[in-house]
Design a protein around this ligand. Structure first.
Ligand SMILES: Cc1cc2nc3c(=O)[nH]c(=O)nc-3n(C[C@H](O)[C@H](O)[C@H](O)COP(=O)(O)O)c2cc1C
Length: 227
């Protein structure tokens, strides 16, 4: 049977979109896979048995790195974990016949899925450096919105269809251990939703969350360092 590992790169300790996606994709895997290995990048960094976990990750046929976009890149905890995996792999080389397929699933706060392009390129370069087989990835926009409306706007609804199709493409590729089929091995998707309305709602969320943390709208817009 094939082995698969999901690396959760979200540093959030509570509910995250990355975790929701891992749950969604892992439930759609076919019976050719064993029960997935779940790794939290941040927790692994501080774990005493890191080497055992690295060994398990490297024994997998497929590795799926699922993470949020942080400043157009990967969260630093995920970068550090991937670097440690690289160091471990170089000192414990596996035969090229056992090369793992690497997939990426990135999500960002902005509505446009293509904002994730640089993060997926970083992951592609990492795959080449570590000698994983790069099988592509998907970049989803509006992650917070998808997660917070998941009970009201199911992934198969008209508004979410681009996201649903990108996920189906990723799942099919993982199941068949192939490169994501498209002009390039990366796909981007977001809700069919007007950008102006998204911005309007996102701004309101910032203001209400600030209020809950004792910050007024005036304080939010303060520019203490201008003349
Ligand atoms: C430190 C930090 C940096 C971020 N940088 C970006 C960014 O460059 N572009 C973007 O669209 N969203 C950015 N976001 C938003 C996250 O990508 C977004 O909230 C995502 O849905 C979180 O996913 P998660 O729930 O899986 O952690 C950033 C969030 C944080 C906390």
């Amino acid at each position: 049977m094939k082995k698969i590992c999901f690396i959760n790169g979200s540093p959030k300790t509570t509910e995250s979109f990355s975790l929701y996606m891992i749950d969604y994709v892992s439930k759609a895997l076919d019976a050719s896979y064993e029960k997935p290995i779940m790794v939290n990048a941040l927790k692994l960094l501080n774990a005493p048995n890191k080497e055992n976990v690295f060994e398990k990750i490297l024994s997998c046929t497929a590795i799926v790195v699922v993470f949020p976009l942080y400043i157009d890149s990967l969260p630093s905890s995920l970068l550090e974990m991937l670097e440690s995996l690289d160091i471990y792999q170089k000192s414990h080389p596996v035969s090229s016949a056992n090369t793992s397929c690497l997939y990426g699933l990135v999500n960002c706060g902005f509505i446009e899925g293509h904002q994730n392009i640089n993060a997926l390129k970083i992951l592609e370069n990492y795959a080449k450096a570590v000698k994983f087989k790069w099988c592509g990835g998907i970049g989803l926009g509006g992650g917070e919105m998808i997660r917070s409306t998941k009970d009201q706007i199911p992934l198969q609804s008209k508004m979410s269809l681009p996201i649903y199709h990108a996920l189906c493409s990723l799942i099919e590729s993982i199941n068949e251990l192939k490169v994501i089929p498209s002009e390039s091995p990366v796909q981007f998707a977001n809700h069919n939703f007007p950008k102006w309305l998204f911005m309007f709602m996102a701004n309101r969320v910032w203001i209400s969350s600030s209020k809950m943390n004792g910050i007024t709208k005036k304080m939010l817009y303060a520019k203490p360092h201008t003349d």
